[in-house]
Write a protein that binds this ligand. Structure first.
Ligand code: G3H
Length: 214
């Protein structure tokens, strides 16, 4: 199981969370990655933790003010890019363009989707992974694996139908090792989570619990 901790724009200490994630990954052998704000990619990557960008633009070098270029996040130490997160929705052409920009740079990719239909569409574009997240459960503390297990099962089936090698992650409301195990039981190959770690008093303790059953 892959555990990707998206720090969103939470006011947490990104380096402290990254150090905790690196420690837990080293101690347990679990694959744990952290996706900080773009400005924090370099110091987060310097901790040794697997580091992802929360987004990359479809554009390349040129007159594109405010863009987050795939080569720039890679230079800063990112090895993957999250695309089309529910809080950073893209048009279809931009998802495709951002995917190509990330791939051309050698970044791993996850395309997020709200539901199994969108998972099928996302998987068709050929990312390394897709992630299903019902928006209404994001930040709720109620895990998708309990509130809506069928959405995870159906997402896995949808991805398998259009592009069988694409692994499916699930996210929203995941905070514990039990949630991660439930996600795995539904066919998910990883979890995408945020508030459970970013808002925790002791992120290392939460991370240890998250990977305790994998
Ligand atoms: O990127 C992470 C997801 O939106 C899940 O967020 P959450 O763990 O706070 O529910």
């Amino acid at each position: 199981m892959f555990v990707l901790v998206n720090l969103k724009a939470y006011p947490c200490d990104a380096v402290a969370v990254a150090e905790a994630a690196a420690t837990v990954a080293d101690d347990t052998g679990a694959r744990i990655a952290v996706a900080p704000q773009a400005a924090h990619i370099e110091p987060v990557a310097e901790t040794g933790v697997e580091t992802w960008a929360q987004h990359v633009s479809s554009s390349g070098h040129g007159s594109h003010t405010g863009s987050t270029l795939a080569p720039a996040v890679a230079d800063a130490g990112a090895t993957g890019a999250l695309l089309n997160h529910s809080e950073r929705r893209l048009k279809l052409a931009d998802i495709d363009g951002s995917l190509r920009a990330a791939e051309d740079t050698g970044l791993d990719t996850i395309v997020c989707a709200n539901n199994p239909r969108q998972v099928a569409a996302a998987a068709t574009l050929g990312p390394d992974m897709v992630a299903v997240e019902p928006p209404e459960l994001i930040g709720s503390g109620t895990p998708v694996s309990r509130a809506d297990p069928d959405i995870v099962r159906d997402a896995v089936a949808a991805a398998d139908e259009v592009n069988p090698p694409v692994p499916v992650l699930c996210g929203a409301g995941i905070t514990s090792g039990d949630d991660v195990e439930a996600a795995a039981d539904l066919g998910s190959e990883g979890v995408l989570l945020a508030s459970g770690v970013a808002k925790a008093d002791d992120p290392e303790e939460v991370l240890r619990d998250l990977v305790s059953g994998i």
